[in-house]
Design a protein around this ligand. Structure first.
Ligand code: NAD
Ligand code: MG
Length: 393
């Protein structure tokens, strides 16, 4: 039996992971499940999957979690240190699907016991790519990308040499506002941004798709994970979301990865790797699909893409600043304190303001990553004119 843990089990990726695990129940022993504030769902999952330990993000919720699990014999705990303690328990496979920079440290701890870290949490690579990769190498752990585009690239590179790659093309649906007139974007609300044309995902990543901050993070993620130069990585708008990535090789040949827009494919690939298991996703009917379309992204509509290129040029800690500022700007947008276009403007202001802080220094120390993340968030709050908030790594 394989020992597995799922961090962020109550979220969109976490639930899809458990859906797959539930179909091969006898193959797995669940070590830990962790969630945020949805105690009812976390307790339900724990009763079904019988983990050794179940952890909620906030210590204040532990009493409710213990009450919900009374008589089951399942250990329950809460708070950041309890999540890290759960991450330290040895597993063969761990899903990192906590949202945002908060997912970085549990992932780093999990890497220390080796095995596979299935990485949905792209923020880990954006904030501290070198630290993640170094930790994996030091402990002979394997990081498998779960982001659909990166899983697609990983699959296309199977049996290939990275040095033969000429370019990477990662696709973007274009999100909720792909076809809106640019003039309307300033008035866009969080509810409008949180509807996705193709993928079914958590609220925040769906809004990040509309602003292309999600794709901006993915550019940086691809650069950090595959070690390919920023100039060789392109974004292609592909409204059908069926081609997830295309890898172009030195001889002009291209390998495209095509699949349904269902995250269970990428999760299942990571779960069954290096084999391929039977994953219950739709089998595509190309004759019925008929055609696939592609277009270049417009960087005036989506300034986040331009900012991501600047961040990759600076390198080092710029990714942590970019992500921290983005997360905080998104908090303000969801709370209705700033407009849709203000998010990119705020992130750019933070990057400019912190540009003198030697951001090019390698992101190799967690404390430094944490400090610049907090500074970026505080600056966003200052620009928006609200009391300095919390959250972050
Ligand atoms: P989600 O909001 O649906 O779920 C996030 C999970 O993390 C929940 O269990 C939540 O309770 C937990 N969580 C949130 N904040 C926490 C904190 N501070 N401490 C501990 N736990 C916390 O998010 P999601 O859409 O499932 O995304 C999870 C990660 O996967 C993100 O990094 C996202 O970018 C990435 N991802 C998601 C998708 C998708 O289809 N949803 C696709 C690719 C990558
Ligand atoms: Mg993606």
């Amino acid at each position: 039996m394989r020992r597995i843990s799922i961090f962020g089990s109550t979220g969109s990726i976490g639930c899809s992971t458990l859906d797959l695990v539930g179909r091969q129940r006898d193959a797995f022993h669940v070590v830990a499940l962790t969630g945020g504030r949805n105690i009812v769902k976390l307790a339900e999952q724990a009763k079904e999957f019988r983990p050794e330990v179940v952890v909620c993000a906030d210590e204040k919720d532990v009493a409710a979690l213990r009450e919900a699990l009374a008589g089951t014999g399942i250990e329950a705990s809460g708070g950041r240190s309890a999540i890290l303690e759960a991450a330290a328990r040895p597993t063969d496979w761990t899903m990192s699907a906590i949202l945002g920079a908060a997912g970085l440290e549990p992932g780093l701890v999990a890497l220390q016991h080796g095995g596979v870290l299935a990485l949905a949490n792209k923020e880990s690579l954006v904030c501290a790519g070198p630290l993640m990769m170094e930790m994996a190498a030091r402990h002979a752990a394997t990081i498998l990308p779960v982001d659909s585009e990166h899983s697609a690239v990983f699959q296309a590179l199977n049996g290939e040499r990275v040095e033969d790659v000429e370019r990477l093309l990662i696709t973007a649906s274009g999100g909720a506002f792909r076809d809106w007139p640019i003039e309307r974007l300033a008035t866009a609300t969080a509810a409008q941004a949180a509807t996705h044309p193709t993928w079914d995902m958590g609220q925040r990543i769906t809004i990040d798709s509309a602003s292309m901050f999600n794709k901006a993070l993915e550019l940086i993620e691809a650069h950090e994970y595959f070690g390919i130069e920023p100039e060789r990585i392109e974004v292609l708008v592909h409204p059908e979301s069926l081609v997830h990535a295309i890898v172009g090789f030195a001889d002009g040949g291209l390998i495209a990865h095509v699949g349904p827009h269902d995250m269970r494919h990428a999760i299942g690939y990571a779960l069954n790797w290096p084999a391929r298991g039977d994953v219950p996703v739709e089998r595509l009917d190309f004759a019925a699909i008929g055609s696939l379309t592609f277009r270049a992204p417009d960087e005036t509509r989506w300034p986040a893409l331009r900012l991501a290129r600047e961040v990759m040029q600076t390198g080092g800690l710029a990714g942590a600043v970019f992500n921290g500022a983005k997360e905080r700007a998104l908090d303000h947008f969801i709370a209705g304190r700033v407009g849709f276009l203000d998010m990119a403007a705020l992130v750019e202001r933070v990057l400019v303001k912190m540009s003198s802080d030697d951001l090019g220094k390698a992101a190799l120390e967690l404390d430094i990553v944490r400090a610049v993340d907090a500074q970026a968030r505080a600056l966003v709050d200052e620009f928006v004119g609200v009391p300095v908030g919390s959250g972050g790594v």
